[in-house]
Design a protein around this ligand. Structure first.
Ligand code: ZN
Length: 306
């Protein structure tokens, strides 16, 4: 761990928020980046093989204009493997939660290093293997060929069926002019696929509402009880962002191709830009809630906190 600059406190939230807002000022919405069909693997760590968090995938997508599929490592890790980073290669800003260590004086007067129980968001710069020399790709399946027999729609239907059956949520796909989740009846209503321009729009809407359904108390409990007005501006916009990102992440995990970028209306963009500027924690927080929701939908995994 570097202790060269102990007095410099970097506000990682602010860096991320500025980066995202700058992109949106150019008319792009990071969570509406294009996915390519069949590519269901997101960015992984070259060192551990672990899939990057949704936030880190979004941050890399914000740099590259498309969702990442490769394997990434830091400058130091490249050197440690006997390779290096190509001159001029631009690193990707990513974040990790760490539990900082601190010294504690024991009863007998000796010092002990203990881990803080409050995680801190730290950042690194990472490079894709293609930006390095002398590094061998370890997970070539992170850039899979598009196979004919991969059917993202079948996979999506399977996820939907399993989740709604498992949770006992009513799913009403019918001729309708709106989609919604109604907590009081634990029910999702969604228009027919034929009412949308394409399948990506349909699944995006369906997974948006499905993400909302994970927020009730006996699931991930995002709607706080004391929140007498769940549609009051702040919590409503937070939950909406969670649902928007959850839908994007679902499409990515399934490899459903989309092309939303051209349809992002100025009002939609302006709305989110304003919300993000008003709350620098909103983006990072919504990202992690969206990731939790998607893991719950796909894998029935609940977050460890609480
Ligand atoms: Zn919504």
């Amino acid at each position: 761990m570097s202790t060269n600059h102990p007095t410099i406190k970097t506000d990682v939230y602010e860096i991320i928020n500025n980066k995202i807002c700058a992109l949106m000022e150019q008319g792009q919405i990071p969570w509406k980046m294009c996915w390519s069909r069949g590519k269901t693997h997101l960015a992984v760590s070259h060192t551990t093989g672990k899939e990057y968090s949704f936030l880190n995938n979004l941050l890399i997508a914000a740099d590259d204009g498309e969702w990442p599929h490769g394997e990434y490592l830091t400058f130091k890790q490249a050197l440690a493997e006997g390779g290096s980073v190509k001159p001029g290669a631009k690193g990707h800003f990513i974040t990790f939660w760490t539990f900082p260590e601190k010294k504690e004086i024991q009863e007998d007067g000796t010092e002990k290093i203990v881990k803080s129980d409050r995680p801190m968001l730290r950042y690194y710069y990472v490079f894709e293997v293609s930006q390095c020399t002398g590094i061998k790709r370890k997970y070539p399946n992170t850039q899979p060929e598009v196979k004919e027999d991969v059917n993202p729609i079948e996979a999506a239907e399977e996820v939907i069926k399993n989740y709604y059956n498992r949770e006992g949520i009513k799913l009403n796909i019918c001729v309708s002019n709106k989609a919604y989740f109604r907590p009081s009846t634990d029910e999702v209503v969604c228009p027919l696929m034929g009412q949308f321009e394409n399948e990506a729009e349909y699944y995006s809407t369906l997974f948006h509402e499905t993400t909302h359904s994970t927020g009730v108390e006996n699931r991930l409990n995002r709607f706080k009880k004391d929140d007498h007005d769940p549609f009051g501006s702040e919590s409503y916009s937070k939950e909406e962002l969670v649902a928007e990102m959850g839908a994007a992440y679902c499409l990515g995990r399934l490899g459903i191709e989309n092309d939303f970028t051209v349809k992002n209306s100025a009002a939609y963009l302006q709305n989110w830009l304003e919300a993000l500027r008003n709350d620098k924690h909103l983006f990072v927080c919504a990202c992690s809630r969206a990731e939790e929701a998607v893991k719950f939908i796909f894998d029935n995994v609940r977050p460890e906190r609480n």
